[in-house]
Design a protein around this ligand. Structure first.
Ligand SMILES: [Zn+2]
Length: 488
């Protein structure tokens, strides 16, 4: 290359750097100062988020962590997830500063096993807390609790010097199942409480402990079927039918629906009476609750922002499962592993990287803490099933297989396996399989197992093999009979 060309190339390169730097450094109100430091990092000179280094290890000693769980929030109700109804303006704004995982699969479709999988980074059958009660023998039950031999990520954070406090809605998030390990404070005294209960307490705690390096968990049942919507809000929904939208009614529909799985036509089954208008009414109640959850979350986040904590705090946002409104002939959650119950929210706002970054490939909620630990340069527990998603953040390939499990109330026993496009669901009691092409049929209405026998066979074999690998024998569930155990 001639000297002139070299000079010209250098000038062009410099001009590019100046233009990119100008575009990235131009003053805006919402780019924290720390972001600018990252942009100046020579390794991130082309400064697309895909090539950012995603490494917080040199700051781990100074960073706080907040984990927020919006119980029962469906991904498809969020604006950033494509919902057009404006139900989640605060979450949508948060998404603009966050890594958004677009295809996050929950390990289970109800609160207790799902959150425990997040806490431990393990599949439900591996951590073992698959129900509130466990069978000891015929008609003998004992309360479930996480084995002392299984480590939790929150406990490790506490051991690494974070002051841990949890403010939960109780019930399936009660500390007694093992959730409170390592926490100085863990609130769970009101069953099915929402953020209206947990968030003011969390904020109060933050004001007292803001100078410590903290790990704070905030959880609320605001969108859940057992959390009541205000009567005035119910009455404002246009509807002339016979349903009242109360939590008692929700429980009756759920219980009758479970009875009908074993005994179709059971007298207590109300689902047969739910017409299109009724289903729309019950869904509107859910949507109103999602709006309330979002508003309360927004108020909490704005308080955190006002306290000046955003630049020093990693904020993780998740949901544990969704909810069904007759998409597959039933209501509530826990009883199947279809998308309305297992496609959940997972986001991360990282100081220094607080811009929107969409991640498309399939990920799992069990990957949340392994990713956080990798970012912070911390050693996680050994033998976990979750994996760090940092390679995906850096634009590298990472193909993950997602599995789902539900043994809801020791009554239904389903397993699922999914890759990017296809999902196979197996009912362990009767051995029936269903296969869906999620790229063409996101609502799982068209079972293609009979037209794609080879793929069905291969995925079923992979699922059964995965079960055996993790200590479950599919045959053990064949023809299993057990009334649904009580919930409380
Ligand atoms: Zn839940």
């Amino acid at each position: 290359m001639s000297k002139h060309l070299k000079v010209a190339a250098a000038v062009a390169l410099l001009a590019n750097v100046v233009i990119v730097a100008f575009l990235l450094l131009r003053p805006t109100d919402d780019v924290p100062a720390q972001d600018l430091v990252d942009v100046l990092d020579p390794l991130a000179a082309d400064a697309t988020m895909e090539t950012a280094r995603y490494d917080l290890s040199d700051r781990a000693g100074d960073l706080n962590i907040i984990l927020i769980s919006l119980d029962a929030l469906r991904y498809d109700r969020t604006g950033f997830g494509g919902n057009p109804d404006g139900l989640t303006p605060n979450l949508d704004a948060f998404a603009q500063e966050s890594i958004v995982f677009e295809k996050t699969v929950s390990a289970a479709s109800w609160t207790l096993p799902s959150h425990m999988s997040v806490w431990t980074g393990r599949w439900p059958s591996v951590h073992g807390v698959t129900n509130k009660l466990r069978l000891l023998g015929r008609d003998q039950m004992a309360e479930s609790t996480l084995s002392p031999g299984i480590e939790t990520y929150p406990n490790l954070l506490a051991q690494n010097g974070w002051t841990a406090a949890g403010f939960s809605g109780g019930a399936g998030m009660s500390g007694k199942y093992g959730f409170d390990r390592g926490f100085d404070t863990y609130v769970d005294d009101r069953p099915f409480a929402g953020f209206d209960y947990s968030s003011p307490q969390a904020f109060e705690w933050l004001r007292e402990h803001r100078d410590e390096r903290f790990f704070l968990v905030l959880h609320g049942y605001d969108s859940h079927g057992q959390y009541p919507l205000a009567t005035s809000a119910i009455e404002s929904i246009p509807y002339d039918g016979s349903f009242d939208g109360s939590i008692e009614e929700n429980a009756r529909i759920r219980e009758g629906g479970l009875a009908a799985i074993e005994d179709p036509g059971d007298a207590s089954d109300m689902t047969a009476q739910i017409g299109l208008e009724d289903a729309a009414f019950l869904e509107s109640i859910y949507d109103e609750k999602v709006k309330d959850a979002d508003e309360r979350l927004g108020s909490f986040l704005s308080q955190v922002r006002t306290m000046g904590l955003m630049d020093d705090t990693v904020i993780l946002v998740m949901s544990d499962h969704g909810d069904e409104f007759m998409e597959h002939g039933a209501f509530d959650h826990g009883h199947t592993l279809y998308e309305e119950q297992t496609h959940v929210v997972m986001m991360m706002r990282l100081p220094g990287y607080a811009r929107e970054h969409r991640v498309e490939p399939v990920v799992r909620t069990i990957d949340l803490f392994p990713t956080l630990f990798d970012l912070l340069g911390l050693e996680g527990p050994v033998g976990v099933n979750g994996e760090s998603l940092v390679p995906l953040l850096r634009g590298e390939d990472l193909e993950l297989t997602a599995y789902g499990e539900t043994d809801y109330r020791l009554y239904v026993h389903h397993r699922a396996i999914r890759d990017d496009d296809y999902k196979l669901v197996l009912d362990l009691r009767d051995g029936e399989t269903e296969l869906y092409d999620l790229s063409a049929d996101g609502g799982e209405q068209n079972d293609i197992s009979s037209t794609e026998p080879r793929r069905t066979y291969e995925m079923e074999q992979a699922l059964r093999g995965w079960m055996m690998e993790h200590g479950q024998n599919p045959q053990d569930y064949r023809g299993m009979e057990q009334d649904p155990i009580e919930i409380f």
